[in-house]
Design a protein. Sequence first.
Lengths: 357, 287
Amino acid sequence: MTPGGSASPPGVVVVTGVSRYLGAHVAARLATDPRIDRVIGVDVPEPTPEVGGLLDRVERVRVDAGAVGGLLADLDVDTVVHLALVSAPDQQHGGRAAMKEQNVIGTMQLLAACQRAPRLRKLVVRSSTAAYGASFRDPAVFTEETEPREVPRGGFGRDILDIEGYVRGFRRRRPDVTATVLRFAPFIGSTADTTLTRYFSLPVVPTIFGRDARLQFLHFDDALEVLHRSVIEDHPGTYNVAGPGVLALSQAIRRAGRIAVPVLEPGLSGAVALARAMGYGRYGLDQVDLFVHGRVVDISRLEREYAFTPRSTAAAFDDFIRAHHGRAVVTREQLAAAEQLVLDGIRQVRAAIGERS
Amino acid sequence: MTAAEQPGDVWDRRVASGLAFLRRRLAGDYEVDEFGFDPELTEAIFHPLLRRLYRDWFRTEVSGLENVPTDGAGLVVGNHSGTVALDALILSTALHHEHPAHRFLRLLGADLVFRMPVVSEVARKTGGTVACNPDAERLLRGGELVGVFPEGFKGIGKLYAERYKLQRFGRGGFVSAALRTGTPIIPVAIVGGEEIYPMLADIKPLARLLKLPYFPVTPTFPWLGPLGMVPLPSKWLIEFCPAIPTAHLTDSADDPLVVFNLADQVRETIQQTLHQLLERRPDPFGP
């Protein structure tokens, strides 16, 4: 296969999950590409106000994933981009049960519809690096071939394993369709609003005592680029998508100018459960597992096949910090000033002692 | 006023570099590799602490350093001993302190190490990772010097009566990692580790209860409480043996016969070198 893949621009593209941040941005971006004839956005809820403006050039259809079958056949759809995933339970919209319904049942129904769509040529599915689970025996760096050693405790991780299982089944039944699975690292960037960006925006950030997870982030714009290329080019297979390089959790918190407060892990799991039971907090066992084990993936397959390297984890995180700089508790400038102050103080004292003796 | 204006003032430069280090740490201004290795922290904090133990407490003597490559990958395979795996830390200190290239040793540890809070964090920051073939091969492909103790818990958890008797070498996973990457294997014999916490008995029911591989009883532990954690000041000798090249065997990485023979060769080399070193050190607590 040539780097960059062969170009075969699609005619009619269906994007699921357009009422949410990622889906809306992807649909809007595809709609501006002259190589694509039509972009149809599918979702049940109305778009949130912040993304509504993006969708002017996107045809929208309000059906749920189960009813997409007729749509795919009627409109001669040749590409489906499945982005309608929920990464954390939202208590106002049904909590974990609704999340699982959307992630697992939604994907199952969509893939069933895709299987019966005769004109379908390409399927792009959003997955997550949570597919690798979390275990103490895990290798430090996951390649696409690494099998999860333990099923993750968190709901999102389990959903991801189910979703990838359905895609495997789909590949067997429709080998003629180019199926691309993108395992994304957590998104970050100047505007993205995710569970993790909210976590790093807390003034005092809870961490797990005695653990310093290795984290990777993906800049939101790079996620859009990879999704766009997946639609325009042919890249069958599963790909890790993350910013190269690693930040330790403690290091990321310091760079963001926040203060880390280590909490004992059993206590934290309990606190998470309590917060969830009381109806607030989107932090779940997915986050606890991530912060205990860390998660780093190898992206050489992406670099080879897409001829594209996302910006580094550190650069993506810097972009996020610049956008949220105003709320930092400790800034770099303050640290540098304190350093100079202490140094000058010590020099003055030493000079005074030197003069006296 | 900057430090450069007073070239003779050592203390001023020390204070300034100490403060700059503190500022970089607090601002998160440093690099961590994909395994979690933090070279700045290792060099500034962990190695100076270990050097005290290495030089002043254990009076370590090192030979055969010319067998360790100056750059590029190498797999250092040693004997394991001492109830607590201090030998791995002393070995990495020896390589960083005495080797002309001041090489960092990337240790492969049991998953128990990575289950424990704090310990796992320190292990990763000082360059360690879980002993598994994907990690070993990734480090070796990156040109790192990797340290492995194939005896594992059988080595450190053996009784004092069995000191310096090499235990079984497992399945030889370390050999296939070296073969697959064409990395030379450097056997190393470490004398001195067996006497630091001489294990007289192993309370198995207690070990099972605490989910540990063994529960040691030494002359000082658990009788003296935390004081029993102080290692006895034995005399240490470390010898690096000539490297065994593997570049011509890359195709045999999955051949069990080749793997077992090579593992046996490494084991024999270490065992013989241990006997030679023990003759050079008649008194375990000598000068």
